[in-house]
Design a binder for this molecule. Sequence first.
Ligand code: UDP
Length: 302
Amino acid sequence: MQRVKSIVTGGAGFIGSNLVDRLVKERHKVIVLDNFISGSRNNLSHHSKKNVKIIKIDISNNKNLYKYFKGVSYVFHLAGLAEIIPSIKNPRKYFINNTLGTLNVLEASKKAKIKKFIYAASSSCYGSPKKIPTKETEKIDTKHPYAFTKLLGEEAVMKYANFFNMPNISCRFFNVYGPRLNTRGQYGAVFGNFLIQKQNKKPLTIVGTGNQTRDFIYVDDLTNAFIKLIKSKVRNKIYNLGSGKETSINKIASIVGGEKTFIPKRPSEPNRSCANISKIKKDINWKPKISITVGVNKLFSN
Ligand code: UDP
């Protein structure tokens, strides 16, 4: 029997490589498109060539992606630049990567008549929302080029669903954590920093008071939602993808344990963030299973 084929753009990154693991478990044949700027071959080195084909490519300056998409059923478009401060320093680079890159992937997917297209959007589209937990219908208020370019990507995905009747879904990720998260970036995500600091027996860097909150979702819960999405009939929808729980940075630091040091606040950061996840829970009968305490302990015991 022919195996189902899926493409994961950004498949060598943190979330992408966890998704590839899950798809291989589901017996998909996976094609990874990655430029290896933030992703790494190590994240996929446990896979055989039979299951995972890796292609080094820049999706943003390549209009002829179709040859990789022929015969593919599912596209997970996760590739993109992800840091806020570099996006303020170099907005053009973010436009080209995140917006034009998405357009190229959409074009190839349209031509290949794929069965489902899933886009990794960002909860940063809400800025500092009035209502928390935040629903998908909350006012959009992008506060930096990263948020803006991810939103433009989402709009392209939803417009392609309308214009060309494509089966597209956009998932607005909240704060995803789990194994292989990036610990290299200069403006590292909180878990990446805490992991390195813990390993090196350094104090945990707490930005501001540490009372600010985020909605942290363990990567396995997120990939579970993806599997349910491709198996369901839903299309042309936008979903929040978070845990639905609000956790302070101080709480994370206390689960991790050890000394803390306080550092200045960063620009354009919201004070609170939490997803209302009723819509996705109802539509695909999914719910997150890994509590923050279990997730953090899992991550730090690896
Ligand atoms: N943060 C922190 N220490 C760090 C890195 C981040 O206290 O070493 C805080 C940061 O100020 C923010 C939260 O953790 O309030 C999440 O930051 P991250 O960069 O992981 O995600 P984002 O700000 O994009 O939600």
